[in-house]
Design a protein around this ligand. Structure first.
Ligand SMILES: Cc1cc2nc3c(=O)[nH]c(=O)nc-3n(C[C@H](O)[C@H](O)[C@H](O)COP(=O)(O)O)c2cc1C
Length: 421
């Protein structure tokens, strides 16, 4: 297996290099899902089942994937997802990833559970990033986090709604990965075989959860931190808290972790500027729908009222193109950029973005389009993609209306003028 950055041609290449360079307990932390990992696997396999329609002899020159997410211009409609522990996948990981995102022209989201702090990432970047909020029982701490994110000029708050309690990943338990890393013999032996990682870690002092240590009450060291987090995720979090958070924040609010159309409707009601259809990358409720299968019902319920984005399982630009064709208007990726980061640091994140851009761009061209904004469901082979329950049950007249709206973007004229069909 080559370790040459320029020979990395797909996300799987980056994954394999990361596996060799990142200590096993951290690589497994990234590369696993909860319980049987069925949702984790289906997040990817459900994408693969969708087939694209090839079109030939159409003008494919001068293409563009440029888009907007919550009004912000992006090179392609993709943001780096919030991921905890990122500074342990590679030293200073959050700063390196944020800089790569900045260079490529896509948003970066900093997790509450990051190693580098909000202030540190702000000081080392020039473009405003997004901040992801986990709501803790200690509401004073939460209010402080929101204040700090505002002071750091973060341009959106991403409220994660699907982690009031934590799903279980077997490998983390078996590897002894808690918030304090256990110095077991296998862990130490593994660390000894990852010299590049060790050397970079030795050269940074960013090795603890800096949004929390020194900020939360009585949390001044890693041991206190472990006890604190074990008790702090708030299982009572509810929609009424969302209203308070929106008010406190006062800026763009993205709600992440929606899988059900009723929840999507509530998110709109509570003022979400965008929602992320997500199962947390298969890390929470094992047995839940893959996000691409959940998408059509959610687009059907709220697609005309808010921006519907998607994450979980995106490993190529083709995945994004397919989800776009089904109505998603933005994406987040977690593991794809983490593999790049673990393999080659910031350069690897950039490479992951380049790979996915190229895949999306070429696939769009070969399905007959030059501008992403014109891509619709007609690029997909009928019978291979999921459709909403509403569509499955619609009458012939409803179907006509829907097709008309899809074609022309506005409701069909009233029957007074005669049917168009
Ligand atoms: C290693 C890892 C850590 C994560 N940590 C967080 C986190 O701190 N906050 C959060 O909202 N989501 C977190 N997530 C979920 C991601 O934001 C995102 O929903 C998920 O990675 C998308 O799936 P994908 O990895 O298949 O792209 C994490 C995901 C991974 C893989």
């Amino acid at each position: 297996m080559t370790h040459d950055l320029h020979k990395m041609t797909c996300i799987e290449d980056l994954r394999q290099v990361a596996q060799r360079k990142v200590p096993k307990m951290f690589f497994d932390y990234v590369d696993s899902g909860s319980w049987t990992e069925s949702t984790y696997r289906e997040n990817s396999s459900d994408f693969q089942a969708i087939k694209l329609r090839q079109k030939v002899l159409v003008d494919m020159d001068k293409r563009s994937l440029a888009s907007k997410m919550i009004g912000q211009n992006t090179t392609m409609p993709l943001a780096l997802a919030p991921t905890g522990f990122t500074g342990m996948i590679c030293a200073d990981g959050e700063i390196l990833a944020a800089r790569a995102a900045e260079k490529f022209g896509v948003p970066f989201t900093l997790s509450t559970m990051s190693i580098c702090s909000i202030e540190d990432v702000a000081a080392n970047t020039t473009t405003p990033f997004w901040f992801q909020l986990y709501v803790m029982r200690d509401r004073e701490f939460m209010r402080n986090l929101i204040r700090r994110a505002k002071e750091a000029q973060c341009s959106a708050l991403v409220l994660t709604a699907d982690l009031q309690i934590m799903g279980q990943r077997h490998r983390d338990i078996k590897n002894g990965l808690s918030h304090v890393i256990r110095p077991t013999l296998p862990n130490l032996w593994d660390l000894a075989r990852k010299p590049e990682w060790l050397m970079k870690m030795a050269n940074t002092n960013r090795r603890e959860f800096r949004n929390i240590v020194g900020h939360a009450k009585d949390v001044h060291d890693l041991h206190a931190f472990a006890n604190w987090t074990a008790q702090q995720f708030d299982p009572t979090l509810s929609w009424t808290d969302v209203a308070e958070i929106k008010e406190l924040w006062g800026g763009k609010l993205i709600i992440k972790g929606i899988l059900d159309p009723e929840d999507a409707e509530k998110a709109v009601q509570y003022g979400a500027d965008a929602i992320v259809v997500s199962n947390h990358g298969g890390r929470q409720l094992d047995g839940a729908l893959s996000s691409i299968r959940a998408l059509p019902d959610i687009v059907s319920a709220v697609g005309s009222q808010t921006e519907v984005w998607l994450d979980s399982g995106i490993r190529s630009g083709q995945d994004m193109l397919k989800a776009w064709a089904l109505g998603a208007r933005g994406f987040m990726t977690g593991r794809a950029f983490l593999y790049g980061l673990g393999a080659f640091g910031g350069e690897g994140v950039l490479r992951a973005l380049e790979i996915m851009y190229k895949e999306m761009d070429i696939s769009m061209a070969l399905t007959g389009h030059r501008h992403l904004q014109n891509v619709g469901r007609d690029i997909l082979v009928k019978g291979t993609y999921p459709i909403s329950e509403r569509e499955q049950n619609e009458t012939v007249e409803q179907k006509r209306r829907r097709i008309y709206e899809e074609l022309y973007g506005w409701p069909r004229a009233s029957l007074r003028f005669g049917t168009m069909w």
